[in-house]
Design a binder for this molecule. Structure first.
Ligand code: AMP
Length: 289
């Protein structure tokens, strides 16, 4: 499972990512965390990023893309990962597409946590006041002033990603103002629903492919027409198999608002296209023989 968590600073991405890590046995890749570690360790990357981070600006693309590319190659990322805080701009998203393509990896979904910005500011003000009261150290960029700047940066540079991933049928939107538990449940539900649809479609498509192959094999080799006809039947069955998956898609449609619908239907359509292509391949092979 490969996911992106999208949402403004303070929307709970880190908290939800942690929960997904345990649920799906994948790792969390937070560019913010990695950069903070680099700053603390005073590595060359950390030294370059330090001042930009403190002011709430964005670290240059080549640095964050390099960090992510290296991290994805590590063995512990093989089972999947959640990107938290990356990509943050459309050029970063395009770079990620290129990276994943080169590494032959597929992105499963982008989960957007939608929140109310003024509530976020209130939350951070309360948290910072409480931390100061307790004499605890407040993160340098975790103040209402810096948050205001980071929110503006999110709106201008990161929010266009919602459209970017929605167009690519990857976006799932969740109400991030619910309790932590409720948000986790909702994310779980959407992701399981996508998994269920894809698993069902591929199972049915596999069965249809086998039927098509059997039918084609049973046909006398000299009678190409008959073989084609039998295989065609198999191809029809593929269509049926895909339809069987519809109720699962409907379930997602019912519960998930907006773009999530597109995503679920999109994955079904892709799976159907894949299955049909596989069946056609078998048909062609047999017809040739
Ligand atoms: P975060 O913990 O995700 O809020 O990130 C903290 C800070 O790290 C941000 O305010 C940026 O300065 C920097 N940062 C994290 N991720 C990125 C990214 N993908 N692109 C550029 N800068 C980033």
């Amino acid at each position: 499972m490969r996911l992106i968590l999208l949402g403004p600073p303070g929307s709970g991405k880190g908290t939800q990512a942690q929960r997904l890590v345990h649920r799906y046995n994948i790792i969390q890749l937070s560019t913010g965390e990695m950069l903070r570690a680099a700053v603390a360790a005073q590595t060359p990357v950390g030294l370059k990023a330090k001042d930009v981070m403190a002011s709430g600006g964005l670290v240059p693309d080549d640095i964050v893309i390099g960090i992510i590319s290296d991290r994805i190659d590590q063995p512990d990322a093989r089972n999947g990962f959640i990107l938290d805080g990356f990509p943050r701009t459309v050029p970063q998203a395009e770079a990620l597409d290129g990276l994943l393509k080169k590494k032959h990896l597929k992105l499963d979904a982008v989960v957007e946590l939608r929140v109310n910005e003024s509530a976020l500011l209130e939350r951070v003000e309360t948290r910072v006041a409480q931390m100061r009261e307790r004499g605890e150290e407040v993160r340098i960029d975790d103040t209402p002033e810096v948050l205001t700047k980071r929110l503006a940066s999110y709106r201008a540079l990161t929010e266009p990603l919602i459209h970017y991933y929605s167009e690519r049928r990857k976006l799932l939107t969740v109400d991030g103002m619910m309790t932590i538990e409720a948000v986790t449940r909702e994310i779980d539900r959407i992701l399981s629903a996508i998994g269920a649809v894809e698993a069902k479609v591929s199972k049915k498509a596999g069965a249809a492919k086998r039927t098509a192959k059997k039918a084609a094999e049973a046909a006398p080799k000299s009678r190409g027409k008959v073989a084609r006809k039998s295989a065609k039947k198999g191809s029809k069955a593929t269509g049926k198999g895909a339809k069987v998956a519809k109720p699962a898609a409907k379930r997602i449609k019912k519960g998930v608002k907006g773009t999530a619908r597109k995503a679920s239907v999109g994955s079904r359509t892709r799976a159907v296209a894949k299955a049909t292509k596989a069946t056609k391949k078998v048909t062609k092979k047999r017809a040739k023989a």
